[in-house]
Design a protein around this ligand. Structure first.
Ligand code: HEM
Length: 539
């Protein structure tokens, strides 16, 4: 057990001042971030601890009303769309660890790099994350099984989380999929990623308005991310960014996925089981969108499975992740369909929104955009395809992406349910309790990132050059460890390719008249459409 505890920032500051002014600190009692705390009044407090262990109930918790708990406060702070800000405020008020019941689930919130590290050290052999309850109820009531993200956690008869009976199954699937998502395999798709980008840039030149503003950036990026991933999985273009889309209802699919996220986010404050039992409109909309999205995706995957199998039978060459999985013959076909369908759900929204925020930052900070353009132009000529080998010469571009993900983490909370008790900052957290790691808060905490509100990609370069120690556990946009994002390599490569080629082709100008903020739809999305003007660089 590490010797730290957290207290409200005001008490913390008073204590720190009085302690440091009089009593010398024993080395072993010092918080590693001690000096940085003193520099910053905004930091979420983390300080010298007491040796005794305290029970779960002693974890700081906001006072709520008898029946309503803190629901009213959450609603008056903007509800589910502003939950990241609400939790950030709580951390500032209660410290880097607190507990609170939001909606139907009680969770322990943690915003401290060392504590996050210790959570991952204790995640066990089959780590468990939270699957949003509406999705679990949907799967359970429809009697359907789902892909990787969903395996390993369910609710038992008492509506509490039951531990890990599917852990070994997850582990087996994950190992098979790790093979198809490792770096060398992903690199082989550089050519198809470029093809999709060529079509996209071509399309943007055509569809932008007369004043060169691009309409519906969100949908454009969705289509790009689905087309890139689809080509990698099916070994053939889906045509989402060209007019010859091979999936008849691709836009309907995109809309359904967006709606699944929106309705799930609404059910953060309305207990999902209640919404289900009472068949509230929010539940009906959720089910309708989920039914349709799964049906559309499954139909398309099914067709491709048949196509691949019949080609393979007559010895015709087949490409793509799906054929790799099918021909390996280790996973049952029905399950492959489920896994692939869910990959699209996990991939499309996340990659497109991370890219959207990064484009917004580049448009908002022209000096950063110029640095990226100069860097890219030194490595590839305009219009040329980008190769994986070029990426090692684009450190600034990578820093820009990291910086955008720091301020706008697509998943602002990482979740774990641990298989055994853990002591965090002196508090015993029993096995099976939901733990939420607040990345939005750690990413904007000055004790980890000086001047946190500034968009400063250089901070990532300086760290490397001077070997400054920054805690990586304060910044984990793809999670960490054996259950981290399986698509990280794909997402990073897709984003690096698209951003490099886009800034080389266009000067990006922000057309938003106010700052765009975050609104949560399960993931971090903009609270008004991000508007970009794309001015040609190369005539
Ligand atoms: C910028 C884009 C992306 C971000 C920020 C992101 C982030 C994440 C995060 C935070 C997790 C949860 C990890 C955990 O519980 O510890 C996750 C899981 C997952 N992601 Fe991603 N992701 C992105 C793109 C993708 C892509 C492109 C794919 C598919 C090719 C994908 C597939 C998955 C899957 C299947 C899981 C569940 C893994 C498991 O449970 O074993 N993600 N992602």
């Amino acid at each position: 057990m590490k010797g730290f505890t957290c207290r409200p920032a005001c008490i913390e500051r008073t204590l720190t001042t009085s302690l440091t002014s009089s009593v010398p600190q024993p080395a072993e009692a010092k918080c590693p971030f001690y000096h940085r705390h003193q520099e910053s009044a905004e930091a979420v407090s983390c300080s010298v601890d007491f040796p005794s262990e305290k029970p779960y109930e002693a974890i700081p918790s906001p006072k709520g009303l008898p029946l309503m708990g803190t629901t009213f406060e959450l609603l008056s702070s903007g509800g589910a769309p502003k939950i990241h800000e609400y939790c950030d405020k709580r951390h500032k008020e209660l410290g880097c660890i607190y507990r609170e019941k939001l909606g139907s689930v009680e969770a322990v919130f943690v915003a401290d790099s060392e504590l996050i590290q210790s959570i991952y050290q204790n995640e066990g052999r089959y780590p468990m994350h939270l699957v949003p309850e509406p999705w679990l109820i949907y799967n359970e009531t429809k009697g359907i099984q789902r892909g990787l993200f969903f395996i390993g956690l369910c609710f038992d008869d008492n509506n509490t989380m039951s531990l890990n009976r599917d852990g070994p199954q997850w582990n087996e699937r994950r190992k098979s999929l790790n093979k198809v998502f490792r770096q060398q395999t992903v690199s082989a798709y550089a050519k198809v990623f470029n093809e999709v980008i060529n079509d996209l840039l071509q399309r943007w030149r055509k569809v932008r308005r007369e004043d060169v503003e691009l309409i519906d950036l969100e949908r454009e990026l969705y289509s790009w991310s689905i087309d890139s991933l689809g080509t990698m999985i099916f070994g053939q273009r889906l045509g989402c960014v060209t007019s010859d889309s091979k999936i008849e209802n691709i836009y309907e699919f995109v809309q359904c996925v967006q709606q699944i996220f929106t309705e799930s986010a609404h059910m953060t404050v309305i207990p999902p089981r209640l919404a289900y039992v009472l068949k509230l409109p929010v539940w009906k909309r959720f089910v309708k969108a989920a039914d349709r999205a799964l049906h559309l995706a499954k139909t398309y995957v099914d067709v491709n499975v048949k196509d691949i199998l019949s080609k393979a039978e007559v010895g015709e060459p087949v490409e793509g992740v799906l054929s790799q999985l099918l021909l390996e013959d280790k996973i049952d076909k029905e399950e492959i369909v489920r896994i692939v369908t869910d990959l699209f759900l996990a991939a499309a929204d996340t990659t497109s929104h991370a890219t959207q925020w990064t484009l917004y930052m580049l448009a908002k900070y022209p000096e950063c955009q110029k640095k990226v353009v100069d860097e890219v132009n030194r490595v590839i000529s305009p219009g040329q395809n980008i190769q994986e080998v070029h990426l090692q010469h684009l450190p600034y571009l990578k820093a820009v992406i990291k910086e955008a993900l720091r301020l706008y983490p697509v998943a602002p909370f990482l979740t774990r349910i641990l298989p055994q008790d853990i002591v965090l900052n002196g508090y015993r957290v029993p096995a099976g309790k939901l733990i939420l790691m607040s990345l939005y808060t750690t990413g904007r905490d000055p004790k980890y990132f000086p001047n946190p509100d500034h968009f400063k990609p250089d901070r990532w370069l300086r760290i490397r050059d001077t070997r400054d120690i920054i805690s990586t556990f304060a910044f984990l946009p793809f999670g960490f460890g054996i259950r981290s994002c399986i698509g990280r390599r794909v997402a990073e490569m897709q984003m690096q390719f698209l951003l490099a080629r886009t800034v080389q082709a266009f000067h990006l100008v922000s057309a938003n008249t106010r700052d765009v903020n975050i609104t949560m739809r399960m993931i971090t999305t903009p609270d008004e459409p991000i508007r970009l003007r794309l001015e040609d660089r190369v005539k």
